[in-house]
Design a protein around this ligand. Structure first.
Ligand code: CP
Length: 318
């Protein structure tokens, strides 16, 4: 297996099957630290730089929380408007990371341009972690979700997935790439205008992913072991910021909504429901306390997974 020390985490297309399981093993070792709510000194000599060109609650703060749990330091920006990349100068990614690499030992970057973290990795002498790039990928989120499934179900292989939402979404791309490494059939449900592109479908076929597309969650939920949901009412991920306008946002059509009633009527009793959040109305809040929901567990695992990734790329864990 390739070493993780010094490595960029840019895409799950790069990930091999045994690397997933290795990351899960390291994450499991991190769990007691996160659960104890105490900080250790594993990364006390290291600093994380957060470079966020797009809003985030979970990804940035979970990386920061993870770094603190491991005794490390954090610096960075959460709004590029306050940097030279976001003012008159429109400073390039190259020039920016050529600075940031001296301010810390690893950079987690979120950007509205697909491929921006890859561009950063071309120029940086320290690891770059992709915290979500445009419609591109969101590898640390899907590692978190797969880890949640592995912990909840004790396995990944043999589970049937249902993915619901906007298939242009970066999480969906990382998920599909990840599942090519496992024996996991997946059904995608999305509005036609948000469906998988022909180019991406060809790529998935080339990787032998066992997938199908249907037009309504009711047609697929009954056979799913894992249900992963994303909004279909959402902002434009190619913008640095997409404010909600004065007018009301649309409601999620029933085809793409997971209600308590639907779960009770049609879902397997031991299926698990994932949502990386934030959500709109695609999972109503009365689902939260049902035995299907695992999104709060995902939130905890989001810190655990980032602890594992930071420890690995900074060489503190082999
Ligand atoms: N799931 C996720 O990426 O959340 P944030 O946008 O809050 O980081």
């Amino acid at each position: 297996m390739r070493s993780f020390a010094g490595r960029d985490i840019l895409s799950l297309k790069d990930f091999e099957r045994n690397e997933f399981f290795h990351v899960f093993d390291v994450a499991q070792k991190m769990e007691p630290i996160a659960r104890s709510r105490k900080n250790v000194d594993m990364l006390k000599e290291k600093t994380l730089v957060t470079a966020f060109y797009q809003p985030s609650t979970r990804t940035r703060l979970a990386h920061e929380g993870a770094m603190h749990r491991l005794g490390g330091h954090v610096t960075g920006f959460s709004d590029a408007k306050n940097t030279r990349a976001g003012d008159f100068y429109q400073e390039s990614i190259k020039d920016t990371v050529k600075m940031l690499e001296f301010y810390g030992d690893v950079i987690v970057m979120r950007h509205f341009q697909q491929g921006a973290p890859q561009e950063a990795a071309k120029w940086a002498s320290i690891p770059i972690i992709n915290g979500g790039d445009g419609w591109g990928e969101h590898p640390t989120q899907i590692l978190t979700d797969l880890y949640t499934v592995w912990r909840e179900k004790g396995r990944i292989d043999g589970l049937k997935w249902l993915a619901v939402g906007d298939m242009r979404m970066r999480t969906m791309h990382s998920l599909a790439y990840a599942l090519t490494q496992f024996d996991c059939p997946i059904t995608f449900v999305s509005p036609p205008e948000m469906s998988l592109t022909e180019e991406f479908k060809k790529e998935l076929k080339d990787y032998s992913l066992n997938y199908k597309e249907v037009d309504h969650v009711e047609k697929a939920i009954g056979e799913a072991d894992v249900i992963l949901v994303e909004p279909v009412v959402q902002p434009d991920y190619t913008k640095s910021r997409d404010e909600r306008s004065g007018k009301d946002v649309g409601l999620t059509p029933a085809n793409y909504k997971i209600t308590r009633e639907l779960l009770e009527k049609k879902a397997k009793s031991d299926a698990i429901l994932l949502h990386s959040l934030p959500r709109m109305d695609e999972i109503p809040t009365d689902v939260d306390i049902t035995h299907w929901s695992r999104y709060w567990q995902e939130a905890f695992n989001g810190v655990v997974m980032r602890m594992a990734l930071l420890a690995l790329v900074l060489g503190a864990m082999e």
